[in-house]
Design a protein around this ligand. Structure first.
Ligand code: PRP
Length: 215
């Protein structure tokens, strides 16, 4: 039996579509209910529906063998996992964003205040990569409000279509990382359940490459 942690929401749907294409029976996981564990005895798969930010925790600590989660969450959580497939969907960018007036002037502001839902990614980027100290203000959503209200000079956040930034008069100032959904595997499961996990990785890769060939 393999336990797969899905990120509740759109990512879960896209993951199930891909698994179906790869030949797995995921009908149990499609069940419309409020159940959080969906199990199918016949297929030998058990799905758990977790908050995206918790998926790496379930997988690192072995409560799930496999997880599907965005690279943003993996970077933020910094868990010890094997990242085995880039699924290519859930694509977006982690960016530093702010008023257009700050374009190319970001480095001129000392001790910037940065609003974000991703304090670890923000710290790694400014302090690790840019060697600059910043004040990180942890927010829980609607992060674009921070530069608009004077709470912070800039934000670090996900940009997908760019519409939220545009409609709030903000712009991408720098790109921190490219994001997409990834398959992660618990390090012990990879060895102990190799017979089930390795074929699953191959089948998913195959289904992905067939999908690419058809586009
Ligand atoms: C995310 C992100 C941006 C927005 C980007 O927010 O934090 O605000 O989507 O998407 P766009 O570039 O296509 O406009 P989410 O919808 O998760 O809500 P939140 O503000 O509560 O974080």
């Amino acid at each position: 039996m393999l336990t797969i942690a899905l990120s509740k929401g759109r990512l879960a749907e896209q993951t199930l579509d891909l698994m179906e294409k790869a030949g797995y029976d995921v009908s149990a996981a499609r069940e419309k209910s409020r159940k959080l564990i969906l199990e199918d005895g016949k297929s030998g798969l058990r799905f758990i529906l977790a908050k995206p930010a918790d998926v790496p925790t379930y997988v690192e600590l072995g409560a799930a063998d496999i997880g599907v989660v965005g690279k943003d969450t993996l970077l933020e959580e910094g868990r010890q996992l094997y990242e085995v497939i880039d699924l290519g969907f859930g694509k977006c960018r982690m960016c530093v964003a702010g008023p257009a007036a700050l374009k190319d002037k970001l480095d001129d502001i000392p001790n910037k205040r940065v609003g974000t839902k991703y304090p670890n990614i923000t710290r790694n980027y400014f302090e690790g990569v840019k060697k600059e100290s910043v004040e990180i203000i942890k927010l829980n959503g609607s992060v674009e409000l921070a530069p608009l209200t004077g709470l912070a000079e800039v934000i670090v956040d996900i940009v997908e279509s760019g519409r939220t930034l545009y409609e709030n008069g903000l712009e991408v100032l720098e790109t921190v990382a490219d994001i997409s959904a990834r398959v992660v595997v618990n390090r012990v499961s990879m060895k102990m359940k190799e017979d089930e996990i390795k074929p699953m990785i191959s089948k998913l890769r195959q289904a992905l490459s067939e999908g690419e060939a058809n586009t």
